[in-house]
Each structure stands twice: as C-alpha cells, then as structure tokens.
Design a protein around this ligand. Structure first.
Ligand SMILES: O=C(O)CCC(=O)C(=O)O
Ligand SMILES: [Fe+2]
Length: 259
C-alpha cells in the first residue's frame, strides 16, 4: 500500500467499510496515487484529481474548482431536495446545528479528504512552505467534528447575499460548496468601506462554479467580507455577464465553545 493510502486509511478507516451505510454514499475514495519521484503528483480522491488554487490577494482563501463531479453534484442536490427545505417557494434558507444529516457528514468527510490530499501533495512537491502554502491549518482540520453547523441557501436569479463577515459565534475555518449556477463572490477588506462612487472599495472577485469548494480561514474569515451581488451588471467574469440560474450553496461551520 502506498504511503498516501496508508495515511488515509489511518485517518478515515477503510472506505469500503464506511459508517452510515443506510445513507446513499455520494462520495467515495476510489483511488490514491502519488508519484514521489517524478515532478507530477496526482492526489486523487473519488477517482479524480483535485486542484487547489490559493487566492493570492487574500490569506486563507482557497478554491478547489473540481471538488464535486457533475454526478456527485446531482446526488448532493437530490439529498438536499429530499430534505424538503425548499419545497415552499417562501423558503430559501435552512440551518442545522449539531448532528448534521448523513449526506452533510459525508460531505464534511470529503472536504477533510481533499484538504489532506492537497496538503500532502504540496508537501511532497516541496513548493512553498509555511503559512502561505497551508490550505487549512492542522488544528482546524483535525478538530472534532470538523463542522457541526450547516446552512443551505437557495438563490433565485438576481438574489445574492450582502457583504458580511460570518458571525463570531462560529469558529475559524468555513467551507462553502456551490451548486447549479456559477456566480462571482466578491471579497472586500473590513474597514475599507467608502461610500464615494469615485473611490469604490477594492474588491477581489472569485468565480464559484458548480461543484466548487472554497475555504476561508484566518484573514479571509475575519478580515475580509464576502458578498454575492446578482443584480444586473455585477456578475461579470472575463468581461461577460454570467447567465444566472437558481443557485444552491452549502456552508459548513463549527460553533465556537461557549464555556
Ligand atoms: O451562498 C454562498 O455562497 C455564501 C453563503 C454565506 O456567505 C453565508 O451563509 O454566510
Ligand atoms: Fe458568509
């Protein structure tokens, strides 16, 4: 068994013997391959390669565009649909605390795995070291549970979310999975607000495509606001206005301790 597989097996157990077998398992570890000698390293989870991108302007902001395959996205969407949260047109948000639904536990586990693979790949490639290269700090990655709160948001075309920093009641280390429509999420530094049209605050755009995962920790979580403005004229990427559809996102966080 190769080294990476050993680490994963130690961390998660044998994936063929996973818990919650009554839940449909929409994510599985199919293969793990690495090439320690060559330059190329393929960290593969669910039989696919995952690429991590660091948003260089913002410390602690990471994007994994290919987190979920189209098939995995459909399965996740149907798990969400089965919850019935968005059955009524008036409802566009659902929150769960504590014990998360089985599919969300599985999603958290997959997030843990892709971070672990990505971190291991970066270490083997021996590229950047230190804080800058860290996809997710170890103390956050290994906390138990990784996440115990979820919000599912559904946005119709034109709907978004105002600039905000997530509440302090949540710990550091937040994950957001995007489904259906692509959108641009903008990040702006806290304290850089200006109302002047001549001097608008600098915003960093990040394209969230269906199936992508973003992680926010440290500065990205505490010192930057994030927003999605889907009003006409704001969803521009590479000079083109994004064709908006309904969008669903799943945000996973960990409640802070109250003691
Ligand atoms: O829908 C999203 O992608 C973002 C959601 C969000 O920022 C939040 O719920 O705090
Ligand atoms: Fe947020």
């Amino acid at each position: 068994m190769d080294e990476l597989q050993t680490i994963l097996t130690e961390a998660f157990g044998d994936s063929s013997n996973s818990e919650g077998e009554e839940e449909e398992q929409f994510l599985h570890v199919h293969s793990a391959e690495n090439k320690v000698n060559g330059k190329a390293l393929t960290g593969s989870v669910f039989g696919e390669t995952h690429n991590w991108e660091r948003i260089s302007e913002i410390d602690g902001l990471w994007l994994c565009k290919d987190f979920l395959s189209p098939d995995q996205q459909s399965k996740l969407l149907s798990s969400i649909q089965q919850e019935g949260w968005f059955a009524e047109s008036s409802s566009n948000q659902a929150m769960r605390f504590g014990d998360l639904p089985g599919w969300a536990v599985e999603l958290s586990r997959s997030i843990h795995e892709v971070i672990l693979f990505g971190s291991y790949a970066a270490e083997l490639e021996n590229c950047e070291k230190g804080k800058e290269a860290c996809i997710f700090p170890q103390d956050l990655l290994w906390r138990e549970p990784l996440f115990d709160q979820l919000i599912a948001n559904m946005y119709q075309p034109g709907e978004g979310i105002c600039p905000h920093v997530d509440l302090m009641r949540f710990e550091d280390g937040i994950a957001i999975v995007s489904l259906e429509s692509s959108c641009v999420m903008h990040f702006s530094r806290v304290g850089n607000e200006t109302c002047s049209a001549q001097d608008p605050p600098h915003k960093t755009p990040v394209l969230l495509t269906p199936g992508c995962l973003i992680l926010m920790w440290g500065e990205a979580r505490y010192l930057w606001k994030h927003e999605i403005n889907r009003k006409p004229g704001f969803q521009i990427w590479e000079g083109q206005e994004i064709d908006q559809k309904k969008r669903i996102s799943v945000t996973l966080r960990k409640l802070g301790r109250t003691d």
